[in-house]
Design a protein around this ligand. Sequence first.
Ligand code: CJB
Length: 818
Amino acid sequence: MTEITAPKSPITTAEFADEIREQLKYTQGVTVEQATPADVYVAASTAVRRHLMDSWMKTQQDMVNGNTKAVGYLSAEFLMGKQLRNALLNAGLTEQFDEAVEQLGFDYQDVVDAEYEPALGNGGLGRLAACFIDSLASLGVPAFGYGIQYQYGIFKQSFNEQGQQIENPEYWLANEEPWGHVDYNRSQRVDFGGYVADEDGKRVWHPATCVRAVPVDYMVPGYASGRVNTLRLWTAKSYDEFDLLTFNRSDYLNAVRPQVDAENISKILYPEDSTPQGKRLRLQQQYFFVSASIHDAIRVFYPGQDKPDLTTFPDKITFQLNDTHPVIGIPELMRVLIDEYGYDWDTAWDITTRTFNYTCHTLLPEALEVWPANLIGELLPRHLEIIYQINDHFLNEIAGKTRDKAKIERMRIVTEGDDPQVRMAYLAVAGGSHVNGVAELHSQLLKDITLKDFSDLYGEKFTNVTNGVTPRRFIKLANPRLSDLITEGLGTDKWLSDLELLKGLEPLAQDDEFVKKFAEVKHANKVSFANYAKRQYGFDMNPDTMFNSMIKRLHEYKRQSLKILALIARYADIKNGNMSADDVMPRTVIFGAKSAPGYYMAKLTIQLINNVARVVNNDPDVKGKLNVFFPWNYNVRLAQHLIPATDLDEQISQAGKEASGTGNMKFALNGALTVGTLDGANVEIRERVGAENFFLFGMTVDEVEELYAKGYGPAAYYEANPRLKQAIDMISNGTFSNGDRNTFAPLVADWLTKDYFMTLADFDSYTAIQSDIEALYRTPLEWHRKALINVANSGYFSSDRSIEDYLERIWHTGPLAD
Ligand code: CJB
């Protein structure tokens, strides 16, 4: 007997169909006959939202009235993915929805497809935030996600004739959006600019302009917890109706400028990932959402109180700073406490440091945000004063801890000189209780290298929380076939809220019949993906080949270039007859990646991949043996389709550069094998699934450091390896650019002279491991056995476990009492 514990609403299909009809009629004003799938999508979403309403309101009341500290997850990005299926799952209405929609005469897939994905994030960091708020709700922990409702999300990617990336605006709010509730009555004012004056012995900020921050609330339903939390995304509106004086002078455009400027703040998500641009508007965005969120939390937890006792604030809510983007919240809370509520410096500092914690998501020094003090002074003059004061106090404090003058200098929050800079990561360490990295190796490297001085003096603040992913979206919704098989294998569906139960599948890896079923699931998923890819992109994929995916942002450190060079080498092997037909394991290679619009090398790599795909896919000599596809506009939806269909995934960053990775976790949980370096969370995945079930290659962090120290010369690797040489020469001689030798010359020049991420040095070991991979793939039963062992041992990578670690190590709170 299989035990089913998934939530199931008591309402019937007929009742749910009635609710949809009612929404269509009374909200949208259309009959069922007139309705389009998009209408039904809006109606069904509104109906689900109503089902969640009581739990949402009760969760908020219990949070304010109870004694359980809440979590405020401050993040500039929440990459949520589609909402409807997830809401149906948590409301226990999936079956009723599927049936009701059919009864109304629609195909449920068309209705689900009508949803437009809110793409309010760049990549891993934003998707992690979405997984975390899902887990917080599922664990019943009271929480707010606080961020920005950008009108334009990450750009929509297309490719032109030359295979170059084109960025198109992503106006995701073009159609009715049923999930966000705009709450004009809970707006906050956010000030900017102006000057600070001494008045009655106090510093008083006289801002020049202000913006109205209006919350748009999204429900975050927990799985089987009965709780529904809130994602509160701020949108910027103007207060100024318009400037009448200017208008009277018939200068209409200038008269409405303050409105336009104000509303610009939440207009667009910056598309840079890991390489912040230091733009004025970005700092405005950061302050905008953080200031509104802090004031909102005070409003929520001290309702109607003019003079709240804010010394209790850290007992009400703990703010997690998701990377450096919200770190301006530290001086903001200081300002609020001192200027708005009259606390003295020491009390304010005590409250502030007990309220904030900081997660660092990178090891690349250029990704740690640094703001020119001048810019902060212009936009937030009072904050700059406070930052300088924090800097002075901090330097005094560390002078009491060390005599090492050079160290003290290195630790300045604000640098000296003509153009002083504010280091937001340092401000975050100084102004919060805890600092964490996102995988064990990453947290160790933060302590040893990136933030070493800080860890030497404040070792107790440093901890690790390894990332995780939500099994609801990334197994249950993305991979229903595997979900059913897991439930069958375990005899229960409880694994969806306790993912370590997957361990119970391990003995089944010795049961050939079960492994065959597992293999059938993978094959069926590949067929589904091939159909999807045909429909969406016009690709012809053969599900009987190995599906090998590399999906992530395009970054040099992630080394898509290593994959493409190896792929070209394989292409040349087949084409030149170096491999007999029997030796070739047919493969379908799938890339998905966006590049920051101004990142030249990354964009050129995209162009190269597209052109390699064009040449390979049109070459009769390799037909049926090698195919390369690059579906454009990789997003959460595509991930949900592709991950369950993948046999082999690539996590091949240079060791010491990928903080964690979360795609690797999604793949392992969906029964793909990983080829990867000892980097980020790969290390922990390999530890758990077993070295024999993971394809490891490449230099370690220490070897990389040694090679840097010794002096790295990539040309020697090119000369020494004829296959590598041939691959690079093919790019140089125009094989993939219609004979033009210039198109990819900058890539080639970089590989041969700099190759900062040591692609060439790892080429040998990468191509060698590919032979092991292919040998194993020839014995499908053994391949799938290993893949199943991966699934069984990846339960640790649930974001529920990550949240439990945060609760224990950092937040010191827990679920709401019933
Ligand atoms: N990450 O997505 C981003 N954006 C950044 O600006 C910095 C880091 C990624 O965060 C993920 C979640 O922690 C990590 O898994 C990934 O390694 C990191 O690159």
